[in-house]
Design a protein around this ligand. Structure first.
Ligand code: BGC
Length: 749
């Protein structure tokens, strides 16, 4: 395609049509110039292709496709390789279905556990979301299918999502909510970015020039196309001017006419329209669909869905090694809960998939070698207790050797499009868990849910297995973990607080219909709980294994560009397993509010019993940097840092201090420079001693140069003086001429 020639040949109405979207799933085709329509479909954890001729408006009516675990579970794998493979599988399926663009991954941060779309998002931490999201993007695109990374940006609540403004300071925006997108754009070159519905600090994201042009393109070097979320654009001319390339799904001829009018009246420069058209033509050219429909190996893809779920399921609690249950020795096992039969295995809304082969936990039980009887225990379609179901379950559980109860959020409480109102399980489920734990000492709770759950019953149960929304292989994967066929290695990519009221945004989340105030700033998720040393139910990064790992021999090699960290990881148990070493950094060098630790690197390592592996993690300058709003740039400060290697943010196994020297040119010394700054810096202190404090300067008006009875310079010990700028020292009678000499000498390099 000769894009510049096309651009010259396209008429204004054709250009306007191209940037307006044709309908829900296609861009406009320009037959005259052989420009094909480009097809896109949801979604992040499985194809939701609604065929052009099905004419359906039912969101759940799509072609059959593999339903992979929702992002909440796949992210718990902390496994870049598997996320890449997930992308490859999705790419193969999209290619077979002749789709050009896959609308995913969803990478916004899980700010409040009430966020309705948390199941579709990866993590509360931008590094985890960025690295895993980036691997997914690379996987999809390796199969010649483009992605739409969504939803750019700060789409952390669903209520009033079309109009609410996410209001926060620039540092919070840069370090948390934009950071994930920045990592993905720079490392994975996504074909497109989808803007979110919301505003940031009052400006609609799809019409936000700073976001779409200055940051995304100029700063990060994004070369793809920017499309809107469905119906997110309020004014399509403003959107084009701000840097949006494609309004989706477009408002038909109304959108087109508006653009034509704006160009004709001069409201919209045709050059601006051309830019958007150029971006789109590149996308159409680069991501042409396969010329004929294909197939893929459904059984193999289903097995991958199972493998990904196996790798992500998190063993949250395992008192007295309740799990795994060996089918040969388990004795009488009772399985309770309607969710075993009617599992919740995927999220609702635009990521809903029509599965190829759903295996329910109850059906998969038959193939697991475990013998168990099943009792529904509660009804999913109501939250009131059903006494007869409860009685039957309790009677069976009384003399059972092990009880496994399936519990979770029903579909109508958790979906795209609205936020949750509570973190409690339905009353009938919570109450049943409590009663079971009173009559049986071996209760395991298996959870199916999209985000964090409160567990008032936690002390009564022995084991908790978090399966989130595990995809169509939910049944097989659940028993893989419970029976020990697979050793669990999932770790939480979000904190489970004890109570909703413990979350930093509890009093304000969703309260104001027009604004969401990010008053907690940087202190979100573990950055908040850890800094405030609060008790949490399960910390960020937590996940148990059936084996044990030992961390030893931490070594650090640092220079002005960053640091290389190595340590030994030994499997000290008797089963093969995978550990998720996490490297946190505490910044003691910068004089701005800092969380007590921030995740800066992680990996996942398979280790055989008795084996030791050397793990290497790298930190670069950015890992020590913070966003300086005043200077509008990243800043890495020389000084002291602490490195912590852990199995979760609360289970730190190795720790060391480190002094970084970034060879920054120092801030100039002025009359506003504090004495404490001068005393802390060996070079400045030396110059100050020479120019101001030396004995030859100890004349009449220079009280600074006086010494105490031991002959030490009194000033250097005096906290009150140290907390004064030079200007104040002069104002209090200090030697102005000598201090100015010092300032001149200090700034000479
Ligand atoms: C969702 C997007 C989705 C689009 C198309 C929107 O409502 O926010 O994530 O890709 O619909 O289904």
């Amino acid at each position: 395609m000769d894009i510049e020639r096309m651009l010259a040949e396209l008429t204004l109405p054709e250009k306007a049509a191209l940037v307006s979207g044709k309908n829900s799933w296609y861009t406009a085709a320009i037959d005259r110039l052989d420009i094909p329509a480009l097809m896109m479909t949801d979604g992040p954890s499985g194809l939701r292709k609604q065929t052009a001729d099905s004419g359906t408006t039912n969101i759940n009516d799509s072609v059959q496709a593999i339903t992979y675990p929702a992002a909440a579970l796949s992210a718990s794998s902390w496994n870049r390789d598997l996320m890449h493979q997930l992308g490859e599988h999705l790419g193969d399926e999209a290619r077979a279905e002749q789709v050009s663009l896959l609308l995913g991954p969803g990478v916004n941060l899980k700010r409040s556990p009430l966020g309705g779309r948390n199941f579709e998002y990866l993590s509360e931490d931008p590094l985890v979301a960025g690295e895993l999201g980036g691997a997914y993007v690379q996987g999809v695109q390796s199969k010649h299918v483009g992605v739409a990374v969504k939803h750019f940006a700060a789409n952390n609540r669903e209520n009033q999502r079309f109009t609410a403004s996410s209001d926060m300071d620039q540092r919070t925006l840069r370090e948390l909510y934009l950071r994930t997108f920045e990592i993905i754009v720079k490392a994975a070159y996504p074909a497109t970015i989808m803007t979110s519905y919301n505003k940031i600090n009052g400006t609609l994201n799809s019409q936000n020039r700073r976001l779409l042009r200055s940051i995304l393109r100029d700063e990060w070097g994004f070369h793809g196309a920017v499309m809107s979320d469905w119906g997110a654009v309020a004014d399509n001319v403003q959107a084009l001017r701000a840097g949006l390339d494609l309004e989706m799904p477009g408002q038909g001829q109304a959108s087109v006419n508006n653009i034509i009018r704006a160009v004709e009246t001069g409201e919209l420069d045709e050059g601006t329209l051309n830019k958007a058209v150029r971006h789109l033509l590149h996308i159409i050219e680069n991501w042409l669909p396969a010329d004929h429909a294909g197939t893929y190996d459904h059984a193999a893809h289903h097995q991958f869905a199972r493998k990904l779920a196996d790798d992500g399921i998190v063993l949250l609690k395992n008192r007295h090694a309740e799990l795994p249950l060996d089918p040969k020795t388990a004795g009488k096992v009772v399985v309770i809960g309607e969710l075993a039969d009617q599992p919740r295995y995927q999220g609702s809304g635009s990521s809903h998939v029509n599965p190829t082969k759903l295996t329910t936990p109850l059906a998969a039980l038959q193939d697991s070698d475990l013998e168990a009887n099943y009792y529904p225990g509660y009804r999913l379609d109501q939250s009131e207790t059903d006494d007869s179901l409860v009685e039957a379950a309790l009677t069976a559980a009384k003399d059972a050797n092990h009880v496994i109860i399936f519990a979770g959020y029903p579909e109508n409480t958790e979906s795209e499009g609205f936020d949750k109102t509570s973190l409690m399980l339905p009353e009938n489920q919570g109450e049943l868990i409590g009663r079971l734990s009173k009559i049986n000492d071996h209760v395991t709770v298996v959870l199916q849910n999209g985000s964090a759950v409160e567990m008032p019953w936690i002390h009564g149960v022995d084991a908790v297995v978090e399966t989130y929304l595990a995809g169509e292989a939910v049944g097989e994967a659940t028993w893989d973990i419970i029976t020990g066929a697979v050793n669990p290695s999932g770790h939480l990519a979000e904190t489970f607080p004890q109570r909703l009221t413990d979350t930093p945004m509890a009093p304000t989340f969703g309260q104001d219909p027009h604004h969401e105030y990010y008053t907690e700033g940087m202190f979100m998720g573990y950055r908040y709980y850890d800094t405030h040393e609060m008790h949490v139910l399960f910390p960020f990064g937590h996940g148990l294994s059936y084996t044990t790992f030992e961390y030893t021999n931490l070594a650090v090699d640092e220079n002005e560009h960053g640091a290389i960290i190595t340590f030994d990881l030994t499997n000290t148990g008797d089963r093969a397993g995978q550990a998720v070493p996490q490297l946190y950094v505490a910044n003691h060098a910068s004089h701005v509010p800092m969380p007590t630790k921030e995740l800066r690197a992680f990996t996942k390592v398979a280790v055989a019993p008795g084996e030791t592996k050397v793990v290497t993690l790298k930190l670069n300058r950015r890992d020590f940097s913070w966003w300086c709003e005043g200077k509008s740039r990243w800043q890495a400060d020389s000084g002291d840092y602490e490195l912590m290697v852990g199995d979760s943010s609360r289970d730190i196994r190795l720790q060391t201090k480190l002094t970084m020297d970034f060879k920054n040119s120092p801030a100039p010394v002025t009359a506003e420079t504090y004495l404490s700054t001068i005393v802390r810096d060996p070079r400045l202190q030396q110059i100050f001693k020479e120019t101001v404090l030396a004995p030859e300067h100890a004349n009449g008006n220079n009280f600074l140069a006086t010494t105490d009875e031991h002959g030490n310079l009194a000033l250097l010990q005096d906290q009150m003086f140290l907390n004064m700028p030079l200007r104040a020292v002069i104002a209090l009678g200090g030697p102005a001429d000598l201090i100015h000499d010092f300032i001149n000498a200090a700034n000479k390099r």
